[in-house]
Design a protein around this ligand. Sequence first.
Ligand code: TRP
Length: 362
Amino acid sequence: MKKIILTGDRPTGRLHIGHYVGSLKKRVELQNSGNYDEIYIEIADAQALTDNADNPEKIRQNVIEIVLDYLACGIDPSKTNIFVQSAVPELTELTFYYLNLVTVSRLERNPTVKDEIKLRGFQTSIPAGFLIYPVSQAADITAFKATTVPVGEDQLPMIEQTKEIVKSFNNTYGNTLVKPEALLPENETCSRLPGLDGNAKMSKSLGNCIYLSDSKEVIEKKIMSMFTDPTHLKISDPGHTENNPVFTYLDAFCKDEHFTKYLPEYKNLDELKDHYRKGGLGDMKIKRFLNDVMQDTIGPIREKRNYWEKHIPEVYQIIKEGTNKARQKAIQTTNEVKAAMGINYFEDENWIKEQQEKFNQE
Ligand code: TRP
């Protein structure tokens, strides 16, 4: 069986360093591993509309932004198909058939949907399109016969629901769809990077992110004003490295080479942490080091982004071609789905013959 990757993002804003360590970096490694036959990344604009119906302009403005972030991080369009969800109408068609295999109460029990309903204040009036977006996500995944779906932990309920739909479809109509597996980030630090303010999550609405597109100066300013250990008041005070986002970011980004290059008095992060815990190590010093590490990491990404920002027609061509290829695959699967259900009337010569015979016998 072919090994196929599908994953996606809602185009609701530029991507930040949490996205980078949590998923983009891994996607690039998977892409370059040579272990996969087909790779798709979906810009989930239709899904983004399920909770942004009143603001399509936000989606419209962020499609290219997100592609720029992909290309900047090393997504290579000759290996990975980047495509736009709404331009593949077969995904909507599949969703409509799959909806019959899912109950409303099952959707209401989906933990991610539940959380998001609370977060968005939808409790008393859930948009129907929002409630069913897990089914549309199942269409995204199965249309490409994806075997592997690299996602964050918050997306596990979506993969579960997809598996149930695949099982139900195959049982009801015959073996057609492929059951996907989620691929989670290996490293817990990377799967959820805290915000600059110490909040558990880096999120646009909290304004506590470092974006991949931030300038050198902005990154430096953000890092120098980061939340650290509130009990570490004087340099000589012993400090805490847990729940201290400066150290969490170092856990996620710094390598031993960074010590050789920027802080040679320490061999590695363990030594730096030991010193901080004992006392005698100031926040300014570790922030300056973190800034060096982040500039080292984001610098090359920003450079690539700047290149693509000046070549938007090429970016347009990349997603146009990616979308065309994705659509061909989705059409093929949709044809198989309709054949399995026996509703492919115009591709199935037997259907009309059977209808005639039925009346001949009467
Ligand atoms: N729900 C995902 C998110 O919010 C985006 C997404 C849409 C996706 N379709 C997908 C992820 C298919 C993986 C597979 O981040």
